[in-house]
Design a protein around this ligand. Structure first.
Ligand SMILES: C[S@@+](CC[C@H](N)C(=O)[O-])C[C@H]1O[C@@H](n2cnc3c(N)ncnc32)[C@H](O)[C@@H]1O
Length: 300
């Protein structure tokens, strides 16, 4: 069961700036329109400039090339811990002994890989626990990673980051949306050891259906490593639920088709029977987070 953190009483100024912060994020995205549009204008690429489906991925790639590395820096420790299996109750822990979760291994599916912000965590060095002895049977080497990413504008960076991590032989880019990757039969039922989803279930179409299909792709005992933003928790109160719905009117249009009020927690829980769900809101998040997260591991 995903739980929300017990919230602290934050200072008023911090609360106000926190509540208003999504508008700054949206504004930052808007500032990427001119640098995206101008080269298109100069090269007379009007088909791209005036086509929403062509312009939006370009715009988002420009925006994410700035925002993504900051998110990576701010979340380096938690995501590294997540992929090592060292998280519990929404928090990273420093030793494998504090959790029962193995780290990623075997056949791995990374959904919405983007520009490959996290690919270096798929290297054998990163996947090997540092600083403590792994639990018996805890480490399985990664045999293959499928990086599912439909936005062709980020494939160059994804390829470069994969090569820089020395993963050319292990990491294969699947240039499709997850819905098409699943429909193509390229990812067979019961074939996946681990699914990694970092900030992408907010953008996939028909989340309930596709999360259910992804569940079927996991082997029994397979694990889903999750860091996603979700609908506000009940504990955050009706105002934040309403406010998030308001922000969500603008958000998907300005942030590459990302929805902030998806009930991804329930979609994951309902996908099928899990033997273990260790999923919670990171305790550092406040009640006024318009974009609250779930963090943890589900085991089939
Ligand atoms: C917010 S970005 C996160 C990227 C990356 N996981 C990271 O943390 O830097 C969301 C990613 O999901 C991808 N995406 C959008 N629709 C998708 C779909 N249908 N299937 C898979 N990925 C999708 C976007 O192209 C984008 O790269």
């Amino acid at each position: 069961m995903a739980t929300a953190a017990p919230y602290r009483r934050a200072p008023l100024w911090e609360t106000i700036t926190g509540i208003l912060s999504p508008w700054a994020f949206l504004f930052l995205s808007l500032t990427h329109i001119p640098p995206t549009a101008l080269p298109l204008l100069k090269s007379l690429s009007f088909r791209t400039l005036f086509s929403w489906s062509r312009f939006q991925p370009l715009w988002f790639a420009s925006f994410w090339s700035i925002v993504g590395p900051n998110i990576r820096t701010g979340n380096d420790k938690p995501i590294t811990s997540l992929l090592l299996g060292r998280v519990t109750k929404g928090k990273p822990v420093s030793t494998a002994e504090e959790t029962n979760h193995p780290g990623i291994g075997g056949m791995v599916l990374e959904i919405g890989a983007g520009s490959g912000m996290w690919v270096n965590l798929f290297t054998p060095e990163q996947c090997t626990a540092k600083g403590s002895t792994p639990l018996p049977g805890q480490r399985t080497p990664i045999t293959k990673v499928f990086g599912v990413e439909p936005n062709a504008e980020v494939h160059g960076d994804l390829r470069r980051n994969t090569a820089a991590a020395g993963l050319e032989d292990t990491y294969e880019i699947v240039p499709l949306g997850i819905e098409d990757a699943l429909a193509s039969g390229r990812i067979a039922e019961g074939s996946v050891d681990c699914i990694v989803s970092v900030l992408c279930l907010c953008s996939i179409p028909e989340p309930e259906k596709n999360i259910g299909l992804l569940y079927k792709c996991l082997k029994p005992g397979g694990r889903w490593y999750v860091f996603e933003h979700v609908r506000t928790f009940d504990e955050q109160g009706w105002f934040m639920r309403w406010y998030q719905a308001l922000v969500n009117i603008f958000w998907p249009r300005l942030i590459g088709g990302c929805y902030i009020n998806r009930d991804t927690t329930s979609s994951l829980q309902r996908a099928g029977p899990w033997t273990d769900i260790d999923l919670a809101q990171p305790p550092a998040e406040d009640w006024f987070h318009t974009v609250p997260h779930i963090f943890g591991i589900l085991t089939k």
